[in-house]
Design a protein around this ligand. Structure first.
Ligand SMILES: NC(=O)c1ccc[n+]([C@@H]2O[C@H](COP(=O)([O-])OP(=O)(O)OC[C@H]3O[C@@H](n4cnc5c(N)ncnc54)[C@H](OP(=O)(O)O)[C@@H]3O)[C@@H](O)[C@H]2O)c1
Length: 244
C-alpha cells in the first residue's frame, strides 16, 4: 500500500522520503518514483524504535518540510491457530507498530506543520477497528486506538491549518492482506487494488476529508455493529473464524 501511495504522489517537482525496513523493497519503489520524475530519498528504519523514528521525522522535516505525511506501516498478525488468546509479545509488537509509532510520528510532524500553518497527515487504520474481533483483539484494538487518536489530533490541529485524514480500509489486495486472509480471494470480499485505494486516499486528502472508509460496504457493517443488540452482536463476532 505504501508503494502504491508513493507512486500516486510521484511526479516532477515532488520530493519523496520513503521509509521501511527492507532496503530492496524501498529501492524498487524509489526507482518507479524516480522514473515518474520525483526526487526520492529512502530511509531504512524500524519504527518499533519509536525514539529513533521521532528523531528521524523531526530531522527530515527540519531539512525539507513535509507538506504531506502518510503513516502507512502496520502489522496484521492475528491469534495463532491453537492459541486461546494472542501471544503477549504479539500484542506488544502490534501496539508499538500499529499505534505508538504512527501516533508519535504524527504528533511530532503535526506540531511542526502547525507552526508553519500548513500540512496534511494521513493515518492508515482499518475497518477492523469498528469490530471487537476475538481472533484479532490486538489488531482491531490498536487500529481503534489509532482511529481515536487521529480524530482527536484532527480537532487539535484544525485551527492551525493542518488537516488529518483517517483511512479505514476493508480489504486491500496486497500480498500481506492475502496472507492474513488465508490467501483465498473468496475470504476477502470487496477487496480493492492498492492503486485504487491510493487514488481514493489522494482525493480524500485534496478534499480535506476527515474519514475515508472504503469500500463502502464496510461503512454499512460499522453501522450494523453499532445497531445490533449486544448479545446478538457478541454471538455474531464469536462465530467469525480467524484466517486459515
Ligand atoms: N491489506 C489489507 O487488506 C489491509 C486492510 C486494512 C488495513 N490495512 C492497513 O494498511 C497498511 C498497509 O498494509 P499492507 O497490506 O500494504 O501491508 P504490507 O504489505 O505488509 O505493508 C506493511 C508496510 O509496513 C512496513 N512496516 C511494517 N513494520 C514496520 C516497522 N517495524 N518499521 C518500518 N516499517 C514497517 C513494511 O515495510 P518493510 O517490510 O520494508 O519494513 C511495509 O511497507 C497497514 O497499516 C495495514 O494495517 C491493510
Amino acid at each position: 500500500m505504501g508503494g502504491a501511495l508513493a507512486r500516486a504522489c510521484a511526479g516532477p517537482d515532488v520530493q519523496l522520503s520513503l521509509w521501511g525496513r527492507d532496503p530492496d523493497r524501498l529501492a524498487a519503489i524509489a526507482e518507479a518514483c524516480l522514473a515518474a520524475g520525483a526526487k526520492v530519498e529512502t530511509r531504512s528504519l524500524d519504527i518499533a524504535d519509536v525514539d529513533a523514528a521521532i528523531a528521524a521525522a523531526r530531522s527530515e522535516d527540519m531539512a525539507a518540510p513535509f507538506d504531506l505525511a502518510l503513516l502507512v506501516a502496520g502489522l496484521g498478525e492475528t491469534r495463532a491457530p491453537g492459541d486461546l488468546v494472542e501471544a503477549a509479545e504479539l500484542v506488544a509488537r502490534l501496539g508499538t507498530v500499529n499505534f505508538t509509532a504512527p501516533a508519535a510520528i504524527g504528533a511530532a510532524l503535526g506540531e511542526r506543520m502547525a507552526a508553519r500553518r500548513r500540512g496534511a497527515l494521513v493515518f492508515i487504520g482499518s475497518a477492523a477497528a469498528f469490530h471487537a474481533l476475538p481472533f484479532a483483539a490486538a489488531y482491531s484494538g490498536t487500529k481503534a486506538g489509532l482511529a481515536r487518536f487521529a480524530d482527536a489530533l484532527r480537532l487539535n490541529l484544525r485551527p492551525h491549518g493542518v488537516t488529518v485524514t483517517l483511512v479505514s480500509p476493508g480489504f486491500i489486495d496486497t500480498a500481506a492482506g492475502r496472507r492474513q486472509a488465508g490467501s483465498q480471494a473468496g475470504t476477502r470480499p470487496f477487496a480493492l487494488s492498492p492503486d485504487v485505494v491510493a487514488h481514493r486516499i489522494m482525493r480524500a486528502v485534496q478534499r480535506r476529508q476527515a474519514h475515508l472508509i472504503l469500500p463502502w460496504p464496510f461503512a454499512l457493517l460499522r453501522l450494523f455493529d453499532r445497531a445490533l443488540p449486544a448479545p446478538l452482536r457478541d454471538r455474531l463476532l464469536l462465530s467469525l473464524t480467524p484466517p486459515a
